[in-house]
Write a protein that binds this ligand. Structure first.
Ligand code: MG
Length: 382
């Protein structure tokens, strides 16, 4: 029996690599639904290759183009948020890969869980914004959330065969991004072009900027809390510039377990798809000769203030991580459009966090409202 997979965000970096994985394992997986944000051209190409049951383009202005290209091939086309929700709930799918960018991933993820689909989660923002709600719902519906984020996949792999009670803490590794060795003075005039050059990983724009500003690691700290049921004090970050050790778990006897591998997202994607099995893959193996030394150092939360702000948001809880995420989405966009300096991004996020009204247990409606308000507040500071 092949596992039927719906891909929400098929034209992005994770989506296209997920299709590579499925292409390599045609006896194990098949594509049921393809959904994308705005890239109509690539979505049409993918649909013609994979022949999914339905195709969704979130951007309604691109609907006609996709519909015209696909209707003669018997592929149904939908659009907008309603379309994404239909895609998330599509009856015959066994698993939904969520790889949409940002807050937009939340509602489709919740709908997929309500429809009792296992989730392969690449969009960490879902856990940042609504981790409590999403994990409770997953438990209630008895479905699995399998991490696709490489660090969380590493932790998940280290925890196989262990019980949660044995865990003392986890270490998320961070490459430190392109500016790890920069003096704070040099960081004043960083251009989007420089920030988009990640030393080890090839990823989408939003996450590459998040990596350069260390917000990516901050969001991953919050994601880890919910995926693994940890307290804030049990989560730490360690800089590891080579990106070979993908993360570590420290147990209560002091033992450390790590998962290592080349920086290739196809591995965590495959593990999420194939779990609890491992499948034989033929991609290049790690070569020790390429990495004579693996190094580790403390993360500098003064230089990378986004990391400190994320721990703050994690400790405050409630709707504050949602505020952090919304403000971050706004400042990243502004930075890419050269309307905001690199070092001003944490300032705006901090001010937005301070000005937002605290809600201890927000429901989905309150989170949507909070997301909108935080975006408005952050925009005012830009
Ligand atoms: Mg990651």
């Amino acid at each position: 029996m092949k596992k039927k997979i719906s891909i929400l965000g098929s034209t992005g970096s994770i989506g296209t690599q997920a299709l590579d994985v499925i292409r390599s394992f045609p006896d194990h997986f098949e594509v049921t639904v393809l959904a994308a944000g705005t890239n109509a051209g690539l979505l049409i190409k993918q649909a013609l290759e994979w022949g999914p049951k339905i195709v969704v383009i979130a951007d309604k202005t691109r609907y006609k183009e996709v519909q015209t290209a696909l209707h003669t091939h018997g592929i149904e086309v939908r659009c907008g948020e309603e379309g994404l929700i239909e895609a998330a709930r599509y009856p015959s799918a066994d698993m939904v890969l969520v790889s949409l960018v940002g807050f937009a991933a939340l509602t489709p993820t919740i709908e997929a869980i309500r429809a009792r689909k296992d989730i392969a989660l690449a969009s960490k923002e879902v856990m940042v914004v609504a981790g409590g709600m999403v994990t409770r719902l997953a438990e209630e519906k008895n479905i699995r959330i399998l991490p696709v984020d490489s660090e969380h996949s590493a932790i998940f792999q280290c925890l196989e065969g262990e019980s949660k009670q044995q865990v003392e803490k986890i270490y998320l590794t961070a490459s430190g991004g392109p500016f790890l060795r920069y003096h704070p003075n040099e960081m004043e005039c960083i251009s989007p072009e420089a920030a988009l050059k990640h030393p080890n990983w090839k990823m989408g724009n939003k996450i590459t900027i998040d990596s350069a500003s260390m917000m990516n690691k901050g969001l991953e700290v919050i994601e880890a809390k919910w995926l693994f049921g940890l307290d804030p004090d049990q989560i730490d970050v360690v800089i590891h510039p080579q990106s070979i050790v993908h993360s570590l778990v420290q147990f209560r006897d002091g033992a450390l377990k790590a998962q290592l591998g080349t920086p290739d997202m196809r591995l965590p994607i495959l593990y999420a798809f194939s779990w609890p099995q491992r499948l034989s893959a033929s991609w290049p193996r790690f070569d020790f000769a390429d990495y004579p030394s693996l190094t580790f150092e403390k993360a500098d939360q003064k230089k990378f203030r986004n990391l400190a702000l994320s721990f703050q948001a994690l400790r405050k809880g409630g709707n504050i991580p949602c505020v952090l995420n919304a403000a971050n989405e706004v400042v990243v966009q502004a930075f890419l459009e050269k309307q905001l300096d690199f070092m001003k991004m944490p300032d705006v996020i901090e001010q937005t966090m301070e000005r937002s009204v605290y809600i201890a247990n927000p429901d989905l409606q309150e989170l949507r409202q909070c997301d909108l308000e935080a975006r408005l507040i952050a925009s005012e500071y830009i």
